[in-house]
Ligand binder design. Sequence first.
Ligand code: GLU
Length: 296
Amino acid sequence: MAWPELSWIERFAPSPTGPLHLGHAYSALTAWDRAVENGGEFLLRIEDIDQSRCRPEWEVQIFEDLEWLGIWWPKPVLRQSERSLVYQKKIEKLWQQHALFACSCSRKDILDAPQEGTPILGSDGVVYPGTCSANIASPGDVGIPKNTALRLNMSYASSIGYLKDGKNCFSFVETGCSPEGQTGLIEFSADEAIETIGDIVLARRDMGTSYHLSVVLDDAFQGVTHVTRGQDLFEATKIHVILQKLLGLPTPVYHHHALIRDENGKRLAKRDDARAISKYRAEGATPQDIRYMVGL
Ligand code: GLU
């Protein structure tokens, strides 16, 4: 008898750039609990495209911390650093579709660009003012220029949503909530994406890919149906949904959870060693204590 197909696949996707802290424990345990409660599967993915910041010793510690928390995942683990060719192929395809353009602007160029009023701070940093947009490849252009970042032409990418009240729209299902409490069916328009996200970098000059492209390709490759992660990534989900449509990939159900904060209300960062899981472990805490600390 064949096993029924799993309809609930969660993942935890840390970058090995420092010790996991209570915020990571909350994310990983929430994803794990949801997978278990729904008879699904939990996957671990190591997001190590930025090799200048990732260290093997942090990866080892991630495995140790998660195992200690009582989490299990199928091995071998998927590492993004092993998937550069996949990312490169997609970039080439998007380039041929004229969905990308080369951009040699520095951060300073972008901030200093002539634009009306102050630069708009969007969900992915300052919205690109369009300085290099004229570089959009025209039919007949060949090869991707070397040593340059590639940006997504958002006007092109966001033209493929569905029509609602005469507007191009996109949507995803949110079972957690945004920092402002939005939940359920989240809809946004192409106009909003162009204004508040803009032409984001899809392939960094130094990496040939970006967090956004890799995360979308890998979630689809691993068959992830439910993404559980912190509310700091709620706005980035709009980018992910547009990319999924552009690349013909399914959109998972998203569950963004509140962030664990310190006593001053600041969200925890990797450098907050004081709240590292390994430190609590060394001090004799139990996994149950960690669950209690993060409110699970
Ligand atoms: N790799 C990201 C991080 O460590 C998480 C990405 C995601 O969950 O989509 O913050």
